[in-house]
Design a protein around this ligand. Structure first.
Ligand SMILES: Nc1nc2c(c(=O)[nH]1)N=C([C@H](O)[C@H](O)COP(=O)(O)OP(=O)(O)OP(=O)(O)O)CN2
Ligand SMILES: [Zn+2]
Length: 151
């Protein structure tokens, strides 16, 4: 029987957003230094002689897929919401999240959008374990498979 492990890689990006109709200051355009944690849970590979022997996934591979799917570039496979607008280039980093994603950019909505985007970009849904996102140092949103379930 394989043993399992949860691996977590952290990412940061700077981005602008606003929340239309928010009762407070967040309705105005402003920026955050976002902190993002992607966690995968899966079997520890038993592949003697291979690079990934003893890993769930190589951190380098996870970094590459997250950067090229959502952070530095936006993969063409990632669905964008109805309010999406053209952005000059790039992914979440140094962009306007309202225009890039086309969704209402609460942290709650963003973590579900990120989950969908990573699956669209090739991360197996069954490997994704948890996504955590900090907009500020004081507040964090997280989802796991339990929060992905529709009632
Ligand atoms: N549940 C949520 N609440 C809020 C969200 C959100 O995504 N989910 N977002 C915002 C705003 O985006 C805002 O930028 C963050 O607000 P806040 O926590 O108030 O951040 P501050 O650092 O500015 O808070 P201070 O109390 O002024 O330090 C709001 N709420
Ligand atoms: Zn904000």
């Amino acid at each position: 029987m394989p043993r399992f492990a949860i691996i977590t890689r952290e990412f940061t990006f700077e981005a602008a957003h606003h929340l239309p109709n928010h009762k407070g200051k967040c309705k105005r355009p402003h920026g955050h230094s976002y902190r993002l944690q992607i966690s995968l849970r899966g079997p520890i590979l038993n592949a003697p002689g291979q690079s990934e022997d003893g890993m769930v996934m190589d951190f380098d591979d996870l970094k590459h897929i997250v950067n090229t799917t959502i952070i530095d570039e936006l993969s063409d496979s990632v669905p964008r919401g109805l309010d999406a607008r053209p952005v000059e280039k790039g992914g979440l980093d140094h962009n306007n999240l309202n225009d890039l994603t086309g969704i209402r950019t609460t942290a709650e909505n963003l973590v579900h959008w990120i989950w969908d985007a990573l699956v669209a970009g090739g991360v197996p849904d069954e490997l994704l374990y948890r996504i955590r996102l900090w907009e500020t140092e004081k507040g964090c949103i997280e989802i796991t498979h339990a929060e992905r379930e529709e009632i």
